[in-house]
Design a protein around this ligand. Sequence first.
Ligand code: G3P
Ligand code: CA
Length: 269
Amino acid sequence: EDEKVIPTEPTPIWNVAHRGASGHAPEHTLEGYRMGGTMLGDFIEVDLQMTKDGVLVAMHDERVDRTTNGTGLVKDFTLKELKKLDAGSWFNDLYPEKAQPHYVGLTIPTLEEVIEEFGTDERYYIEIKEPGIYPGMEKELIRILEKYKLIGKDPKESHVLVQSFSPESLQKLHELNSIVPLVQLFTYYGDIGTITEEELREIDKYAIGIGANHNGIDEKYVRQVVDAGLMMHPYTVNTKEDMRKVINWGVTGMFTNFPDLLRDVLKEY
Ligand code: G3P
Ligand code: CA
């Protein structure tokens, strides 16, 4: 049985800068990530897609359309082609009140560029997106995390968490490296989500926590997860009211587009 680990010094409630401080700056750009750190986010959240030539890049969508001036699937672009896209101007157009001239022409960062920029003092909460369409994604991620010593020999020193909606992908990661801490994601639509003790025991075999949409869970769900010894990180919590709601439910962290708001709310506790 592998050692069960909660990585890093646990702060009581982790502030995860969702896609960077994406309520303030273009998501998944170095600017947005930097702001997440400045606003005292404990983790930078990085969603991953993979280029045609096998490079892991920071992007939420399978397509480049929403967050760049290009069109098409990430998997059909080489890194060189992807780097020509403007990943900042869309934000200025959509949020004129938050627009900044230096957002124009920002590029899509590779995972390695992100790590090289912010180093191993930063913590990264990385999501494997669309593992089904990118064969070898897990192997490439582990290669990079090992190269930059983000996992390390002692799991308590880990500066990374890896999350996915795909249990198969998480299990693959666990087989490749049993130390890297993993988080199983869920989305609950309609009725409030429920989880059985048996499901929690299954998840506990490979993961250290669960992430779920905050409007799809309730206090009972959160208490059940935490009582099972797992972390509970709701997403994406963007108002002070909702932040207080999930804190009172007993969560161990949350994803937010506004790490500055959460930083202020946490001072109340
Ligand atoms: O990873 C938690 C949350 O980020 C999942 O939703 O769509 O923003 O990646 P999404
Ligand atoms: Ca995500």
